[in-house]
Design a protein around this ligand. Structure first.
Ligand SMILES: [Zn+2]
Ligand SMILES: [Zn+2]
Length: 330
């Protein structure tokens, strides 16, 4: 099979011809149709996260494909069924977090495309218990970004409090463009913050129903109830704190962020909250896909061939994408 492999952080991915993997007990072999390119992939390639436990590595944790073969003991999926493979690739089931409804914080987790191979390939093997069954008629290209941008975005959205009527989104990329549509459909007002000068990003946000779109160094016209930061820019944390009302929540949704500059205690005062979001729980996925049955969300995607994964990562690095980059795998 063809795969794009990471041989060393800091280097471009390389196209390789590898043996097709075999599913072990509890695993499924999936013929990948599309795989989203996530900000986390870029951080892994650029060496901004701890190095993966083995190299070469196949990245990709927003994979959509069809089950090609089931390993021993897999009963939840059938051959030919369409599934989605998310970032959370496995948990220990035994640590304190797993036993206390916090599997996203598991002490011994595995992550797709980071501590196990992912979807930048024609085939991949995944733990069946951590895959999501998808509707058979779903379009893989448009569904791929739901697996991380959508799902971890949804977890951040859930943690931003259900009382948050006025919601700010800092960084209007793959996650924000999905959440903005969901939040609008649920009757919330969405305020989008894009990088200064990105007029096109503002237009895109307004087109998707945001009440206001402006640059991240601007104040919103009204205080926000909550803000979610998707851009990996630490300076946005104090900016977002100043944009939320008393008791407001600022959620940092990324796996990596540049350092947060120091700020005055009065910006945090009055019970404002800063928190991060890590990974996902399988329940987030179940709730998210259930919400999508009520609300129609149109993901905006820019397709790339598998061989163009480096170009997709570069477009993401430079902020040249509107919506999400997706590798379409033949
Ligand atoms: Zn655990
Ligand atoms: Zn991701």
């Amino acid at each position: 099979m063809k795969a794009m492999i990471l041989e060393k952080p800091g280097q471009r991915l390389r196209l390789a011809e590898l043996d097709r993997p075999n599913p072990g007990p509890g695993e499924v072999l999936v013929r990948v149709e599309a795989c989203g390119v996530c900000r986390t992939d870029q951080h892994i390639v650029d060496g901004e996260l701890p190095p993966p436990p083995f190299l070469p590595l196949i990245l990709g944790h927003e994979a959509v494909g069809r089950v090609e073969a089931c390993g021993e003991g897999v009963e939840s999926f059938e051959i030919g069924q369409r599934v989605g493979i998310p970032w959370l690739g496995g948990t220990c089931g035994q640590c304190w977090y797993c036993r206390h409804d916090a599997e996203n914080l598991c002490d011994a987790p595995s992550f797709t495309g980071y501590t196990r191979h992912g979807g930048y390939a024609q085939f991949t093997v995944a733990n069946a218990d951590y895959c999501f069954g998808l509707p058979p008629n779903i379009d893989p290209l448009h569904a791929a970004p739901l697996l991380c941008a959508g799902l971890i975005g949804y977890r951040a959205y859930s943690l931003a409090s259900d009382k948050a009527h006025r919601l700010g989104l800092y960084g209007f990329g793959a996650s924000a463009h999905i959440l903005a549509q969901l939040a609008r459909a649920e009757g919330r007002e969405v305020y989008a913050f894009v990088r200064p000068g990105d007029e096109e990003g503002c237009r895109f946000a307004v087109e998707l129903g945001c009440s206001w779109a402006g640059f991240s160094d601007e104040r919103p016209p009204r205080p926000l109830d909550a803000a979610i930061i998707f851009a990996p820019v630490g300076a946005l944390v104090p900016a977002a704190l100043r944009a939320v009302r008393k008791g407001g929540v600022v959620v940092c949704a990324g796996i990596y962020m540049s350092d947060i500059p120091s700020f005055a205690y009065r910006d945090l005062w009055h019970e404002r909250i800063i928190r991060s979001v890590a990974n996902l729980q399988r329940g987030d996925g179940i709730n998210f896909f259930r919400a999508l049955e009520r609300v129609e969300i149109r993901t905006h995607v820019q397709p790339f061939a598998l061989e163009e994964a480096n170009e997709a990562l570069e477009a993401l690095r430079q902020g040249r994408l509107q919506g999400a980059a997706v590798l379409v795998i033949a």
